[in-house]
Structures are given as structure tokens and as C-alpha cells.
Design a protein around this ligand. Structure first.
Ligand SMILES: [Zn+2]
Length: 533
């Protein structure tokens, strides 16, 4: 089908985010074939032709489509129906919210959701907080970082956890030091003792929620997401295949599966798949998180000199070989590394891949939260990407100061240092671990003002970046961090028309108002997939 048969849409009276990072007043014309024209209003009209559909959006800002480089979409989809206790401030509120939720959701057999201790002021929840409120239903609440969980007495009973139950390898059942009874807190692999007992959802339920989640992403202005399976099974790929096959256009989803599934991934690449079903890469874990004291550090934690965190690799040589094979086969590699030791380990493997010329695909470090100077310098190579979720610093600032001490904390989330050295930085949300809204991460990177307000002028403000740098990390750079690069991510003629339209020019408002902007329209491949006017 030729371009002349496709409808051309013109957006007028808008601000355009230009490839050089400047903002320009004008218009933009696009069709499913791509961006047709942009710039001066009359020139755009002339080039697009008089049969074009003209939409005037005074004051709106057109940017390349938001691409979230780190999500767990299926988990996020399920989260939409779960209780969220992440902003709870005390025991009473915690208990009341569980009670209300159980009453509002009588059909659900388990109480599932997330909690956070960030605002609990040092109080540690236990099963006694929720046993009565859960009204006989088993309860499993993951800590927001997914590295620990709290459960109630009914759930412990279902899992058969008693005083004599030993800690599983790689996990710990937290116990009352006086009685030896489980408190309800389960760390790392001990979570699985209960999680394994939760009845799985049917595939059609999952598909329905996944479709809802794609539409939710469009409402937030997202045109693409890089999706990491997390606690998901290989078979769940069929749910993506089904949902992505149902509609021709919509969110671009770049799937990454576990590094352990590399062989299945390579054979699945040869199968016929719907166009929107994009198998992009594999992901491996090197360590845990700072909040759970499982981030792997070179030197001990500041608050606990006996602890350096946990490298969670069973067999280092097998792990390295997996990465080498993936890189050689042209599969994007993502390695989760938060502590400096984990980041160094990932860089060591990547250095070998680059020096030996194994493939030419992107090699990404997911999170890249607490590097040393040498690790920042080592990222300066076009194949290497630091995949950062700036919204995490809103919660991590205080934790990092306490657990890392001032010297290491000062290099946390070193986004400005990376960009100054020409390193490639891509932004993501880490939904469902954090909120999916890209404007939250953008504002966090620009202001670095933490949620608790402990650092009102910005946490290590020398690492703040400009709004236009942040937009690039959330739009153009992610389009390079995939297996098969696309002509997208910049407002230029001939580029694919993946566009996000915000209701105001976020480059010219006070930075602490970025999150109050809203997506007005979302366009994927020249099709309007969300119109919020
Ligand atoms: Zn993640």
C-alpha cells in the first residue's frame, strides 16, 4: 500500500522536541508510513496535502514516543487488581486497609499485594498486624522490591511452616528470637514456600489483564516497553503471543526472557510469530537489592560491617558462557547489577564479549545503581547501556546514605556523570516494582528530590540532568538498546511515527511540576492509540 492511500494527520500549534534537544513551535504531519513533515505550520500543511486531518493542540508538546526500558508487564498487569500498601505510614493504617480490601473483594481467595517499610518509621510488620483483618483468608504481601514478603498465620499454615521448618537454601524464615515462631516475614527464597501455594490464574484471566495493562500504558503516553520476565514462566509467553496477535497496532513490546531459557528463546525465534510479538533478549541476575541488603558490594555495608550482599549466581563459568553464547547469537543481553561488585562482574563479562567481537548487539546493565568511579568510566562504549530507573532514587536516597556511607552514596544513580562521559543511559520504570508513569522517573532524574523530602535541594544535586537529557534517555536512546534497531526515537522526516503528546511543554515549566503534566495523545506507527482530549 502506497503512502498516498494512508490518512495523514497534522498536529498544529504544538511545541516540537527537536533532535538537538531544543523545543520549537510548529506542526508535525505523520501517517502509518512515518513522519511526513515537521516545522513551520504552512510548510507542513503544504507538504502533507489538503486531504490531511488537522488537529490543533495549542500549547501541547510533541516528543518521540516514550519507551520504557525496564518493565515487568505481566506482573504489572496482575498488580492492577492487588492491594497496594506501599505508602502506608503505621500499623493501624496497614491493618485497616487489609480489612477494607478483604471486604471489597469477597470473590478472591487470597489477599495478595505489596507493601513497603519506607514510611513505617522503623516499625516491622508481622502476621499479628493482619491475622484478624484478613478474616481467615491466606495473605501474601511482597515487599516492593520483591526480595522479601510478609504472610499471615493462615498462609504459614497452608505452607506447612512451623517452628521446626528449616530455612530453605538462599532464603530465611524470620523468627521471634524468644519463641522461635515465624514472625510472618520471609526473605528471598523462603518466599517461595508460600508463593508456591498460591493458586495460579487462568491464562484467559491473565490475557485480559495484560490487554488492560497495554491500554493503561497508552494512557500514560508510552509507545514501547522493554519487558523483563520476572517470576514468570516460559509458558506465559503464549499469553503475550495471544494478546499481541489480537490487534495489529499498539504498544511495542520487546520481550526478554531468563538467560537460562536461551536455547528455547533461539528456537522460538525461528517460529512464525505475530508482528507485534518481538523476542528481543535475555536477562540474568547477578545480585539483589540495596533495601534487602542483598546488593553485592566490593566493601562491606556501612550499617553492617559483616555483610557484603549476595551474588546470586550458582555457577559463574556457566553464567559467563550463557552471556557469551547469547551475545554471539545476536540476542540482547541484560544483566541485573545493583552493587558495585555486581556491576564490575557484569562489565568483566561484557568486556570479554566486546574484545572477542562476539556479535554486535546491545549489552545492558539493568539498574546500575551503586557503581564506583571505575565502573562509570568503563561504560563508555556504544554497545554498553546503563539501564537506570530514576524513580527508585526517590525511595533509595536515605537507604543508600545509611547503608553505603557518604563516599559510595555520592556515586549512586550517577546519571549526569554517565552522560557527561558520553555513555548511553536508558530510563525505565521497573513497573510493577515502581509506578509505570514515565513522568515520575523524568522528574526524579531532573530534581533528585526524594519522596521523604530529606534532601530538599536534591540528593547529590551535581547528578541532576536537564529535562531534554531526560527525554532522550526515555525516548531516543532506548530505541538503540534493542536487538534490531528501528528508525524511531527522534522527530525527523522519515522516522517511524511513534509519538507522545503531553498537555504542556515540560521543558519550560518548573521541574517539580513535571509529574503534573498528562499524556494527551499517544501515537504508535502513525496510528492514534490513545486520545485523551
Ligand atoms: Zn526490574
Amino acid at each position: 500500500m502506497g503512502g498516498h492511500l494512508e490518512e495523514i494527520v497534522i498536529l498544529e500549534d504544538v511545541f516540537l522536541f527537536m533532535p538537538d534537544g531544543s523545543t520549537q513551535r510548529g506542526g508535525i504531519a505523520f501517517s502509518p508510513s512515518g513522519i511526513v513533515a515537521l516545522g513551520d505550520k504552512s510548510a507542513v500543511r503544504e507538504k502533507a496535502g489538503k486531504n490531511s486531518r488537522v488537529i490543533s493542540l495549542p500549547g501541547a508538546l510533541v516528543i518521540p514516543g516514550f519507551a520504557d526500558a525496564h518493565t515487568h508487564f505481566l506482573a504489572g498487569a496482575l498488580q492492577l487488581t492487588r492491594i497496594n500498601l506501599r505508602s502506608v505510614k503505621n500499623r493501624d493504617e496497614f491493618t485497616r486497609k487489609v480489612q477494607a480490601w478483604v471486604q471489597e473483594n469477597p470473590s478472591l481467595p487470597w489477599v495478595l499485594g505489596q507493601w513497603s517499610d519506607v514510611f513505617l518509621g522503623g516499625e516491622v510488620p508481622g502476621r499479628n498486624w493482619v491475622d484478624e483483618a484478613s478474616q481467615g483468608k491466606p495473605l501474601f504481601l511482597a515487599r516492593f522490591d520483591m526480595h522479601s514478603a510478609m504472610v499471615n498465620s493462615r498462609a504459614l499454615e497452608i505452607a506447612g511452616i512451623g517452628r521446626k521448618t528449616p530455612d530453605p537454601p538462599g532464603g530465611r524464615i524470620v523468627r521471634d528470637p524468644r519463641t522461635g515462631e515465624a514472625t510472618g516475614l520471609l526473605l528471598e527464597k523462603a518466599m517461595e514456600l508460600v508463593a508456591d501455594k498460591i493458586p495460579p490464574l487462568t491464562d484467559s484471566q491473565k490475557a485480559q489483564w495484560l490487554g488492560n495493562a497495554f491500554r493503561y500504558a497508552h494512557r500514560l503516553g508510552l509507545t514501547a516497553v522493554h519487558d523483563v520476565f520476572f517470576h514468570s514462566k516460559w509458558e506465559d509467553l503464549n499469553i503475550y503471543r495471544q494478546v499481541l496477535g489480537e490487534e495489529k497496532t499498539g504498544l511495542r513490546v520487546y520481550l526478554r526472557v531468563s538467560l537460562r531459557d536461551l536455547d528455547r528463546f533461539l528456537s522460538a525465534l525461528k517460529e512464525p510469530n505475530p508482528d507485534r510479538f518481538i523476542l528481543d533478549g535475555v536477562k540474568g541476575f547477578i545480585d539483589g537489592t540495596l533495601g534487602s541488603t542483598t546488593a553485592w558490594l566490593e566493601e562491606p555495608y556501612a550499617h553492617n560491617p559483616g555483610e557484603k550482599g549476595i551474588p546470586c549466581i550458582d555457577d559463574p563459568e556457566e553464567f559467563r558462557e550463557g552471556v557469551r553464547r547469547a551475545a554471539s547469537a545476536g540476542v540482547t543481553v541484560s544483566l541485573h547489577a545493583i552493587g558495585d561488585a555486581a556491576i564490575g562482574f557484569a562489565q568483566d563479562i561484557y568486556r570479554e564479549c566486546i574484545q572477542r567481537g562476539l556479535g554486535n548487539v546491545p549489552l545492558r546493565i539493568e539498574h546500575f545503581q551503586h557503581p564506583g568511579e571505575k565502573h562509570i568510566a568503563a561504560m563508555n562504549h556504544p554497545r554498553l547501556f546503563a539501564s537506570v530507573q530514576p524513580a527508585h532514587l526517590l525511595d533509595d536516597a536515605s537507604v543508600a546514605e545509611e547503608r553505603l556511607g557518604p563516599r559510595r552514596a555520592a556515586l549512586s544513580y550517577p546519571i549526569k556523570s554517565l552522560l557527561d562521559r558520553g555513555c548511553r543511559v536508558i530510563f525505565g520504570s521497573d513497573w510493577d516494582v515502581a509506578d509505570l508513569n514515565p513522568l515520575i522517573g523524568l522528574e526524579a532524574a531532573v530534581t533528585r528530590v526524594d519522596r521523604a523530602g530529606r534532601f530538599p535541594g536534591g540528593w547529590h544535586p551535581e547528578q541532576r540532568i536537564s529535562v531534554s537529557q531526560g527525554i532522550e534517555c526515555y525516548t531516543s536512546t532506548p530505541s538503540l538498546a534493542i536487538r534490531i534497531p528501528r528508525r524511531a526515537g527522534k522527530l525527523m522526516e522519515g522516522m517511524e511515527a511513534d509519538l507522545t503528546i503531553l498537555d504542556r511543554d515540560i521543558t519550560s515549566i518548573p521541574p517539580d511540576q513535571i509529574v503534573s503534566a498528562k499524556a494527551l495523545m499517544t501515537i504508535v506507527g502513525g496510528h492514534i492509540v490513545f486520545d485523551g482530549r
